[in-house]
Design a protein around this ligand. Structure first.
Ligand code: PBG
Length: 325
């Protein structure tokens, strides 16, 4: 070689940079999480997530059509029941007329032919105590008693026409139990998007406002300890063995090392969830004029893709899809 090595040569023009870019960001790789609330006539802004709403049934349909027109790859729906409809078992989760199941039917009907409709399969929005499972007499989250509730919930969701069920509760054996329940009922084509590695994160704060969570205390007996990396591989292997069709890492930004570990080992597609606190941080900093909003959003999404996510759940899915197309 004569002279010094010059990596800058390939950064000189936009065309050169485009030619050598290793990571892509495309609308189809983005999934929009959405909230539908029972009894709302108009959408309601979530104060800790400016720009994100709890939807009415009407505004849900409209926002879904808009997202699909923008080219997003899928929609993930969460339900927000009325406070008086919550109970210790989260009964509304498995009620075909519960808000989440009505919302899923609306989405399947409205956009089900042109996108992937996903359901959050977890009890926490529906339980009066806010936990992701049912409680034992001593007040602990009872893993095995919860599994039957998840199966009931999954069957009600499969019936709506949802394509994928997002198992976000972090109970041991949940993927296997739900897979077996779906298959036994003939729902062999309903897939499972398994939250394989889900950490007990402080960054879920705004989400808990978004769904009107009743939780007191924390989820540290079932969600993973942020200190642990190896454990995520164990969770991944269990979910794969139990029949996960897609696996997810959550949150994204503080767990990019975990995402890389999972992406390197997974035999199925990998998703990552850019969660509410990540959305809130970038939004707040941008509102203060401290960072460039669009640049920060796209860089955060690209970073998650580069770490190994095939697809990213992000509250910016529709807006980012517009920018990208
Ligand atoms: C719980 C659930 C959580 C999120 C989605 N489903 C976290 C929690 O409350 O522990 C978080 C999503 C977000 O923060 O954007 N089943």
């Amino acid at each position: 070689m004569t002279g010094m090595d010059r990596p800058r040569r390939l950064r000189r023009t936009p065309a050169l940079r485009r030619l050598v870019a290793e990571t892509t960001l495309q609308p189809r790789q983005l999934i929009l999480p959405m909230f539908v609330a029972d009894g709302l006539a108009e959408p309601r802004e979530i104060s800790s997530m400016p720009g994100v709403q709890q939807h009415s049934m009407d505004s849900l349909r409209k926002a879904a059509v808009e997202a699909v027109a923008a080219g997003v790859g899928g929609l993930m729906l969460f339900g927000v029941p009325k406070a008086e409809d919550k109970d210790p078992l989260g009964s509304q989760a498995s009620d075909p007329e519960g808000i989440l199941n009505r919302g899923l039917r609306a989405l399947a009907h409205e956009v089900g032919d042109s996108t992937v409709v996903m359901a959050d399969t977890c009890l926490d929005e529906f339980t009066s105590h806010g936990h992701c499972g049912v409680l034992s007499p001593e007040g602990a989250v009872d893993n095995d008693a919860t599994l039957q509730r998840y199966v009931d919930m999954a069957l009600a969701q499969a019936e709506t026409g949802a394509d994928l069920l997002g198992t976000s509760g972090m109970m041991d054996g949940q993927v296997g139990a739900i897979r077996a329940g779906l298959d036994a009922a003939g729902y062999t084509d309903t897939g499972i998007l398994a939250y394989a590695a889900k950490y007990a994160s402080a960054f879920y704060g705004p989400f808990r406002e978004a769904v009107g969570s009743s939780l007191e205390g924390d989820r540290r007996t079932y969600q993973q300890d942020p200190a642990n990396r190896r454990e995520a591989v164990r969770e991944l292997e269990l979910d794969l063995a139990e029949g996960a069709d897609i696996v997810m890492v959550k949150p994204a930004m503080s767990y990019l090392d975990i995402l890389r570990d999972v992406a390197d080992r997974s035999t199925v597609p990998v998703a990552a969830y850019q969660i509410s606190g990540e959305y809130a941080m970038i939004t707040a900093a941008a509102q203060n004029g401290w960072i460039d909003r669009r640049g920060a959003i796209l860089e955060s999404l690209l970073g998650i893709r580069r770490a190994g996510a095939d697809m990213v759940l992000t509250y910016w899915a529709t807006e980012a899809a517009h920018w990208l197309s």
